[in-house]
Each structure stands twice: as structure tokens, then as C-alpha cells.
Design a protein around this ligand. Structure first.
Ligand SMILES: [Zn+2]
Length: 298
């Protein structure tokens, strides 16, 4: 009799706990009515933050930590999944960088996926693979802004005017910078350079430079001894004076090439990491302009 009584109490307690948990979930999942925008990683967040500044009744969050860098082989954590599941819109770079989204979003057709690279035609392809780091070319960056702006207007029309004005203002700033690139770096046209970080291939193309691209998966130290030897020979025979790396790269191999050939290392910013300032992309690309100016007539 006593045993049954205890079991009865335990069952009741379990039911009460279950009800509390269900209610708690209900409260946290309750929709606050805001249009929820999730960007996949840092460069896309900065673009979107500029376009959505001052928009009403929206929430913008970035999925990956801002110090993650590039997200080629990114594995989603539980926090990421929570953000994705609540999203009304997910904005991605595309071109294979966010393959982790495929599985999640096919199960949830309510989420609008925006592929910011969908209208970019000037793509760089090597060994049957498209280089996804399109944003280092200012023209591509503008294309990405326009795609985000249009999709925001289509899906959250209440902020149409804000999105339109913000995008226009941001594009104007990028175009100003573009003019500086065109005039101040004109002498780099046709100039040969060894590029040890694939992020800058698009920047090199924009400048009309002649890059010798060494695939390193964002880390120049991964270069094999044989590749290093070949690069040194090529730099010597073609009298190449410029080596491009990323500011976050280990520059061990770049240093060896520089020592052997007399070429100079230019550490550029791929805008893959940084602070949350809305101007951080502009600042990165301005810094790159100044560094590249040093490469003229060296
Ligand atoms: Zn990358």
C-alpha cells in the first residue's frame, strides 16, 4: 500500500516537472514578432548590419563566432542550430562555403535562404572548384549588398525605405574606395605576384594583377617543400617582387621565398575577422589599398 502511494507521488511529481519544462520551452520559443535574420559568418554579418541599420522590428544575429574566420569545414554547435531554427531568413555567402546548411534547411522550408553570391558571374575557378572568397573584389561586394537588399525588401517590406537608403549609402562608400583603387593602384596592372592565401585571388583579379596562386587553405605553412621550391624558382626566373599573405597567416614560407628571391611580403586583410564596427570592411580594404601602394615601384 505504502509502495503504491510513493509511486503515485513520484508519477505526480514527474508530471508536474514535465508541465513546467513544457511551459518554459513555450515561453522561450514564443515569437516576439520580430523578423529574425541570421548571417552565417563575419563578412556577411558586416554587409547585412550596414543594410539593416535602423530597421524596425527585426533582429540580426551572426551564427558563427566573429573570430571563426573562414567556414569551409565548419561544424555546427547547438547554439548555432538554435539560431538557425528561429530564423526567418538566413543570409549566406554561398559557393559551397556553407554546406552545413543544406541538411537543416531542407527540413525547414519556412526559412528564407539568401545566397549573396547568386548574381556574381565573374567567378574564379581552379581545378573544378570555384573560389568562394568573392568579397575581396569590391565589385562583387556591391553585388552581394544588392542581393541582400532586394531579398530583405521582398521578405520584410515594412523596412523597404531603410534598406534602400542604407544600401545606397553603403554602396556609395564602396564605390568611392573603388575609384581610389582604380587610380592609385593602376600601376599594379599586369604586375606579377605570388599569392599564398586564396582569399585575395578576387582582389588580384579586380586590380588586373597577374597572380600566381598557391592553394594553401588559408594557411601558407601547409605548402609542401616541393611547392615551396617551385615557387622560389618561378619567382626568381620571372623576377617577381610581391608576395601576398593574410595578416593572420604564419609567414614562415613567405619569409623563405622573400629571403631567397628578394621579393617583399605584403600582409593584407581578407576581412574574415575583425570587430563589429559597421565600417570594418571599409577599414580593411582601405588598409589593403595603403599596403598595396607600397608595392608600386619597388
Ligand atoms: Zn575560405
Amino acid at each position: 500500500m505504502k509502495k503504491k502511494y510513493i509511486i503515485g507521488i513520484v508519477v505526480i511529481i514527474c508530471i508536474i516537472i514535465a508541465i513546467i519544462i513544457l511551459n518554459l520551452n513555450k515561453n522561450t520559443d514564443q515569437d516576439d514578432g520580430k523578423y529574425k535574420i541570421v548571417t552565417t559568418f563575419y563578412p556577411i554579418y558586416i554587409m547585412t548590419a550596414n543594410i539593416t541599420q535602423g530597421a524596425e522590428n527585426i533582429e540580426l544575429v551572426n551564427m558563427a563566432d566573429i573570430n571563426t574566420g573562414c567556414i569551409h569545414d565548419y561544424t555546427l554547435n547547438t547554439e548555432d542550430i538554435k539560431k538557425i531554427e528561429k530564423a526567418d531568413m538566413i543570409i549566406q555567402n554561398g559557393l559551397g562555403l556553407e554546406s552545413f546548411l543544406d541538411e537543416i534547411t531542407t527540413n525547414n522550408s519556412k526559412i528564407k535562404i539568401v545566397n549573396t553570391s547568386e548574381n556574381i558571374t565573374d567567378l574564379i575557378q581552379e581545378n573544378n572548384e570555384i573560389n568562394p572568397h568573392v568579397w575581396t573584389n569590391l565589385n562583387n561586394y556591391i553585388d552581394q549588398i544588392i542581393t541582400i537588399k532586394n531579398e530583405l525588401i521582398n521578405n520584410n517590406p515594412q523596412n523597404k525605405e531603410i534598406y534602400t537608403n542604407n544600401a545606397e549609402e553603403y554602396i556609395n562608400k564602396i564605390e568611392e574606395l573603388q575609384k581610389k583603387y582604380n587610380t592609385e593602384l593602376e600601376k599594379l596592372k599586369e604586375e606579377k605576384a605570388i599569392c599564398l592565401n586564396e582569399s585575395f585571388e578576387y582582389l588580384g583579379k579586380q586590380l588586373g594583377m597577374n597572380f600566381i596562386n598557391i592553394p594553401t587553405n588559408h594557411e601558407e605553412s601547409t605548402m609542401s617543400a616541393e611547392t615551396l621550391k617551385n615557387v622560389i624558382n618561378q619567382a626568381k626566373s620571372e623576377n617577381i617582387k610581391i608576395i601576398i599573405v593574410d595578416i593572420n597567416d604564419d609567414i614562415k614560407n613567405a619569409q623563405t621565398i622573400a629571403n631567397e628571391t628578394g621579393a617583399k611580403i605584403y600582409a593584407l586583410d581578407s576581412a574574415l575577422t575583425g570587430n563589429l564596427s559597421k565600417d570594418s570592411y571599409l577599414n580593411s580594404m582601405n588598409g589593403n589599398l595603403e599596403k598595396l601602394k607600397e608595392a608600386i615601384s619597388k
